[in-house]
Design a protein around this ligand. Structure first.
Ligand code: DQA
Length: 145
């Protein structure tokens, strides 16, 4: 079985982007730590990043099919800024009936008001915010349970 980790816009800049908020580790570091956690727990972790909303929609549909086929458990989704704007991602999660854990590196509730609303949260199984990369590892554990 596999678990998908989808990262949205600007997360390719991790490590260089506002390090005071997002830390010094890069997307490569993040993905390696997720794959290592999967290896430790005996599950394959398929990590992808896109700056494009429609690509994330297509990947959520693919993940839903994999879950229905019995080859995947669900998705850890950091939709980044699309969290706060995207009805399309909300509808994709519902439409694909895919178990999603919403993830944010930073504590979005302690930041600007425009980050307080999430279109992902009402469609997600659960949400982890503010715990940095550790949050992804906890989300992988939760999808396995
Ligand atoms: C983020 C929080 C979002 O508000 C922001 O747009 C991001 C990253 C996080 O991981 O903390 O790009 O999803």
């Amino acid at each position: 079985k596999k678990i998908f980790v989808f990262n949205g816009p600007n997360l390719n800049l991790l490590g260089r982007r506002e390090p005071a908020v997002y830390g010094h580790e890069t997307l490569d570091d993040l993905e390696r730590r997720c794959r290592d956690e999967g290896a430790r727990l005996g599950v394959e972790v398929d990590c992808r990043q896109s700056n494009h909303e429609g690509q994330l929609v297509d990947w959520l549909h693919e993940a839903g099919q994999a879950v229905r086929a019995g080859s995947a458990l669900g998705v850890v989704l950091n939709a980044a800024a699309y969290t706060h704007t995207s009805v399309a991602l909300h509808d994709a999660i519902k439409g694909a009936a895919v178990p999603v854990i919403e993830l944010h590196l930073s504590n979005v509730h302690a930041r600007e008001a425009f980050r307080h609303h999430s279109y992902i949260a009402p469609a997600a199984r659960g949400c982890i915010v503010g715990l940095g990369i550790k949050g992804y590892l906890l989300a992988i554990q939760a999808l396995l349970d």
